[in-house]
Ligand binder design. Structure first.
Ligand code: HEM
Length: 127
């Protein structure tokens, strides 16, 4: 059975990604990046993307993730923060360990596409 079905399908994935986007947008480290964004749209597209990699039937209809994130100048630290929040949200939702591991591995693999490769945004531009 696909992870998507084991989780309970599209509604469950939408709840999980809704929580993740809420947590990211309120987070004291990465929350500022979400100011003024259409969070409902981000939630919907995050759920689509997650659904697709979990083996669900729907396709991702958003922009390529590299194109979306490149202008945001996301550091590797920002990225690690998202992965930490995802881990907490998956645990809160009672997602089984094996599915959690695969989900986190999928997200981690996107790090080079999503980040600008810098380790810490605080160290940039200081002279
Ligand atoms: C594996 C990691 C990530 C995935 C899978 C992901 C996925 C997505 C998706 C699907 C969208 C919507 C795409 C669209 O508008 O067409 C989005 C938008 C966005 N993401 Fe991510 N994201 C990731 C990491 C991050 C990180 C680390 C941050 C910030 C620390 C971030 C901040 C944002 C913001 C601010 C938007 C809204 C951009 C806009 O409205 O133009 N994302 N993300």
């Amino acid at each position: 059975m696909a992870d998507f079905d084991a989780l309970g399908g599209a509604d469950r994935v939408a709840q999980i990604m809704g929580d993740l986007v809420d947590r990211m947008s309120r987070d004291f480290i990465i929350g500022y990046l979400f100011e003024g964004r259409d969070l409902d749209r981000v939630k919907r597209l995050e759920a689509e993307l997650a659904g697709a990699h979990l083996g669900g039937p729907a396709r991702y209809s958003g922009r390529p993730v590299g194109t979306v994130h490149r202008p945001l100048r996301i550091s590797r630290g920002h990225f690690r923060r998202r992965v930490a929040l995802l881990e907490v949200v998956l645990r809160d939702h009672g997602v089984a360990e094996a599915i959690r591991d695969r989900w986190i591995r999928h997200d981690r693999a996107l790090e080079p596409v999503i980040t600008d490769g810098t380790d810490c945004v605080l160290a940039e531009g200081v002279s």
